[in-house]
Design a protein around this ligand. Structure first.
Ligand code: UFG
Length: 329
């Protein structure tokens, strides 16, 4: 059985769905602080906090868990700069509590949601896994810190793990059942589509003077269902004896903010109100993954790599769920 911590969140919920489709037994642990009850499409559900050892002890005694997939973390880069304590408390101290409980209950495998933010300002593009990890924000630092803990928990205790460094998670369940619903929303694609729906007045383009062909920042958008599939492959690899490691998950393709907006206009069929705005603090000009290792070693093959497809799936969700899951109105 697989325990999905944060399985009511954006990426976690897509992973639960994919696991169930592949006949895995799943138990989701989520405190619903940011997650949505309606996003858990099946399996068992326990509402609770993974930072609470008692909750973990009960969960790990009640279910025959072999692998934990850990999605639950604070992820706002901006907030991490004003309240790093909050990020260390959940992402690092909470992570320590989880690892100690896994150790005590002899749960052998963990898949961890890491981030391209662990690299900091890129020195080369595309970014390979052995690129130096020098985060430029506290969020990335907490993800890096937990990756380091994982390394030593393997050396000393034999707990094996895969850290998956996501680039820009995007899109929604191709069947339209699940989507992205953050409060507040800060990500580009949902904001573009909510603006197209008239739920937001105007899309601000943060920075038009970057050293890129059209002056706007370039990111590597990767479909959330492709991320989910990589988790399942990573879990299978650990079970097959693979060592602790980390993989980048991206498409290796960069799209600028203007390209995203233009493609979204094609998908929705009308212009989207937009205005130029100053750069957002801490945003690098380009982040593009080299994901060759995940493809080679895990046999991962993204199915929804094309930007238009990613935006079409997101549009299907937003246009049919203009208030998201409707539980935070
Ligand atoms: N952007 C806009 N207008 C908006 C929102 C975003 O122009 O209203 C721009 C940003 O400035 C950036 C790009 O769109 O250039 C993408 O921004 P997102 O906020 O969607 O994503 P980020 O690249 O900033 O961050 C994401 C994750 C972080 C993670 C980072 C690197 O949200 O958690 O990728 O992995 F740290």
């Amino acid at each position: 059985m697989i325990c999905v911590i944060g399985g009511a969140g954006y990426i976690g919920s897509h992973c639960v769905k994919r696991l169930l489709e592949r006949d895995h037994k799943v138990v989701t642990l989520d405190n619903l602080e940011a997650g949505h009850r309606a996003a858990i499409v099946g399996g068992e559900f326990v509402q609770g906090d993974y930072t609470d050892r008692q909750t973990l002890d009960t969960l790990f005694t009640s279910y025959p868990i072999e692998c934990v997939m850990h999605f639950a973390a604070y992820a706002s880069v901006a907030e991490s700069m004003t309240d790093p304590a909050k990020f260390y408390r959940l992402n690092v101290v909470g992570g320590y509590t989880l690892l100690e409980a896994m150790r005590a209950h002899r749960i052998p495998y963990l898949i961890f949601s890491s981030s391209a933010a662990t690299y900091g300002e890129p020195r080369q593009i595309p970014i390979p896994e052995d690129h130096p990890q020098q985060p430029t924000n506290a969020y990335g630092e907490t993800k890096r810190a937990f990756e380091q803990m994982l390394r030593w928990y393997d050396v000393a205790f034999g707990l094996r793990s895969v850290s998956l460094r996501y680039f820009n998670a995007a899109g929604a369940d191709p069947e339209g059942q699940l989507g992205e619903d953050h409060h507040p929303e800060t990500h580009l694609i949902p904001l573009v589509l909510l603006t197209a729906l008239g739920k937001r007045p105007v899309l601000k383009i943060f920075g038009t003077d970057y050293d890129t062909p059209d002056g706007t920042a370039i990111r590597d958008y990767i479909h959330v269902t492709d991320l989910a599939d990589a988790h399942i492959l990573a879990a299978e690899s650990l079970k097959g004896g693979a060592p602790t490691t980390a993989y980048n998950l991206g498409n290796g393709l960069g799209y600028s903010v203007r390209e995203v907006v233009r493609t979204a206009e094609e998908v929705v069929g009308h212009p989207i109100p937009q205005e130029e705005a100053p750069r957002r603090a801490g945003d690098p000009a380009r982040l593009v993954a080299s994901a060759d290792r995940a493809k080679r070693e895990l046999g991962w093959q993204p199915q929804y790599a094309d930007l238009r497809t990613i935006i079409e799936t997101a549009w299907r969700w937003h246009s049919t769920h203009p208030d998201g899951y409707g539980d935070r109105l």
